[in-house]
Ligand binder design. Structure first.
Ligand SMILES: Nc1ncnc2c1ncn2[C@@H]1O[C@H](COP(=O)(O)OS(=O)(=O)O)[C@@H](OP(=O)(O)O)[C@H]1O
Ligand SMILES: Nc1ncnc2c1ncn2[C@@H]1O[C@H](COP(=O)(O)OP(=O)(O)O)[C@@H](O)[C@H]1O
Length: 182
């Protein structure tokens, strides 16, 4: 009988524009090429389907992350691989997600620590400009908090870390026992 790999969730947290979706896409492509299926829980997509009624209030963000944590736990329970890409700005909610997953398997928290100035400069969706113009009154990093994780397995600043290196570091943290960073 072949040995079954335990389930794992890689949880990417960071500001808008930090690189969550870009790294998710590259990581998922690499895993798919190896024949390893992945469940992707991207903040934008989850909000379009599972959390469509939620706002960006603290209460609703926490509920969103709790839902994501629960779904991730269900997939991990059956040996699956999950990649979460969500801002998830609050420590307590991230730790709740960790607890839900760790009931069943491994949880790798990846803090994309890309500085706000870089994220704003990228302004991939034009949201920082809108927020600066007052069109989005409460925006993470500008007028709403982001609590940096106290215990991330990995901390990656994408302004200085090439994409391939980020993916490689995440792969070794997923598959091996990487020491906690920071
Ligand atoms: N007010 C405000 N603050 C932050 N982000 C905002 C806001 N309004 C809309 N968006 C867009 O929503 C995406 C974040 O959704 P998440 O589900 O990841 O957020 S959270 O984890 O519930 O905090 C986020 O996606 P990313 O840019 O990919 O991070 C934004 O595009
Ligand atoms: N080394 C890097 N790693 C990840 N993204 C990078 C890097 N260098 C530049 N970028 C760019 O930064 C942007 C990050 O946007 P995105 O992945 O949508 O962030 P998020 O999902 O966190 O909002 C993309 O336009 C990407 O091409």
């Amino acid at each position: 009988m072949s040995e079954k790999r335990p389930g794992v969730t890689v949880f990417l947290t960071g500001l808008s524009g930090a690189g969550k979706s870009t790294i998710t896409d590259a990581l998922v492509a690499e895993l798919a090429a190896e024949g390893r299926p992945v469940t992707v829980l991207d903040g934008d997509v989850v909000r379009a389907h599972l959390s469509s009624e939620l706002s960006f209030s603290k209460e609703h963000r926490d509920l969103n992350i709790r839902r994501i944590g629960w779904v991730a736990g269900e997939v991990v329970k059956h040996g699956g691989t999950v990649v979460v890409a969500a801002i998830a700005p609050y420590e307590a909610a991230r730790e709740e997600a960790r607890a839900l997953v760790e009931e069943h398997g491994r949880f790798v928290l990846v803090h994309l620590s890309t500085p706000l100035e870089v994220c704003e400069d990228r302004d991939v969706k034009g949201l920082y400009a809108k927020a600066r113009a007052g069109e989005i009154p409460v925006f993470t990093g500008l007028s709403d908090p982001y609590e940096p994780p106290a215990r991330a397995e990995l901390v990656i600043d994408t302004s200085v870390t090439p994409l391939a290196e980020s993916v490689a570091r995440i792969r070794s943290a997923m598959d091996g026992a990487a020491p906690p960073a920071g």
